[in-house]
Design a protein around this ligand. Structure first.
Ligand SMILES: Cc1ncc(COP(=O)(O)O)c(C=O)c1O
Length: 398
């Protein structure tokens, strides 16, 4: 059984990313061990009975407990300032469990309507099948959050910055409204990363991540994580995850641990590059609109300054000429890949209308500011000048 050294709570995020949660086996390995095992051998039938009942600690079955998963969860909790964390197979498994663990038939959910397509489907299409209706609001409008509340409202949900238009919502203000209504606020913090925004101290009750994005950050594996108080994790999530089994594989947990070690270096560099690209593109004659949370002209720059430590590794911009203009631009790129991940070490670009937000009607997309010419650029680790040259050369082809 690996032993654990309790790392100081005063370490800064960069140090926690490398050391927090490390468990060492009897071999005292330097790099975290990969415990690729589904189960564990017990000392005796009595030991097995006690571990199964939770009366003594110890791993039981890797659907819900495994030392490599444990290290990843503890490192994420230390980084986020959360009491506890549970890992999941994907970001969507984390979002779905985070919501389903807080509601039952007859409850009601309020969510910002600017959501990643799958998050919106879970809230708008899936939960109502189980008697949990939702109201979707403009996340910027605090009055809309307030007036959507019903006596059955149990959960508020938001992504901030949003996918793909990078709108930023006031977490503290929305948390206040949720709590006054007796509801809990769940924040999908994927775009901000744990380094730039900490929703729990701002009042959120649950934070979720797709670890597939910046946390792996090298396009290898999928994963997710739910963070909250120990009580909420035990009362609302532990059994749901244990019994339904959307588990992170130990291998993917190990990849994520290695990803976390370099998270700060990657995200810092990617943010500088995204900022440089946004500045180079601002005012370009082929671009109708440019959105970057690190710029003063961002529509919610005041909230960015209040609750985020830095801008973003992503910027979004709308190309003149709608879908045709956007496709000409995308097809003109040589270095930047057309794909639908984000936060990767390789720069990539997404056309939300035909991919992540294809399911929405043109009217719903228009309401969210997702024009047919909009593209979302995720900065990687290449030299910023090579990327800017690629972007500008492709714009010449529009
Ligand atoms: C904001 C947001 N939440 C959740 C997810 C889902 O993550 P995964 O693909 O790991 O299931 C994504 C994926 O793009 C996302 O952008």
């Amino acid at each position: 059984m690996p032993t654990s050294k309790d790392r100081s709570k005063t370490y800064r995020p960069e140090t926690r990313l490398v050391h927090a949660g490390t468990l060492r086996s009897q071999f005292n390995e330097m790099s975290e061990a990969l415990f690729l095992t589904q189960g564990y051998k017990y000392e005796s039938a009595e030991d097995c009975e006690l571990r199964f009942s939770g009366k003594i600690p110890g791993y039981v079955y890797s659907r819900y407990s495994n030392p490599t998963m444990d290290m990843f969860e503890k490192r994420m909790a230390a980084l986020e300032g959360a009491e506890a964390a549970r890992s999941t197979a994907t970001g969507m498994a984390a979002v779905t469990a985070a919501l389903m663990g807080l509601v039952k038939m007859g409850d009601h959910v309020v969510a910002a309507k600017a959501l990643f397509g799958s998050c919106r489907w879970v809230i708008e299409d899936w939960l109502p099948r189980f008697g949990v209706p939702c109201t979707l609001v403009d996340g910027k409008d605090l009055k809309a959050w307030k007036s959507a509340v019903r006596k059955e409202t149990k959960v508020f949900f938001m992504e901030t910055p949003t996918n793909p238009t990078l709108e930023v919502y006031d977490i503290a203000a929305v948390a206040d409204i949720a709590h006054n209504a007796g509801a809990r606020l769940v924040v999908d913090n994927v775009f901000a990363t744990p380094l730039y925004q900490s929703p729990l101290p701002l009042g959120a009750d649950v934070v979720v991540y797709s670890a597939t994005k910046h946390i792996d950050g090298q396009g290898r594996v999928l994963g997710g994580v739910i963070l909250a108080t120990e009580k909420l994790i035990l009362d609302n999530y532990h059994q749901l995850l244990r019994q339904t089994g959307p588990s992170l594989s130990p291998f993917n947990a190990w990849v994520m641990l290695k990803g976390l070690e370099t998270l700060s270096v990657r995200v810092t560099r990617q943010t500088e590059t995204a900022g440089a690209a946004a500045n180079a593109l601002a005012g370009h004659k082929k671009i109708v609109r440019l959105i970057y949370p690190g710029r003063k002209d961002h529509p919610q720059a005041d909230i960015v300054a209040k609750q985020m430590k830095a801008g973003s590794t992503l910027c979004a911009f709308e190309i003149k000429g709608g879908k045709e203009g956007a496709f000409r631009f995308l097809n003109g790129l040589e270095l930047i890949g057309i794909t639908n991940n984000l936060g990767d070490s390789k720069s990539l670009i997404t056309h939300p209308t035909t991919t992540t937000h294809q399911r929405l009607t043109p009217e719903q997309r228009a309401e969210l500011g997702i024009g047919d010419g909009l593209v979302r650029f995720s900065a990687g680790l290449e030299h910023a000048d090579d990327l800017i040259e690629d972007l500008l050369a492709a714009l010449d082809k529009v």
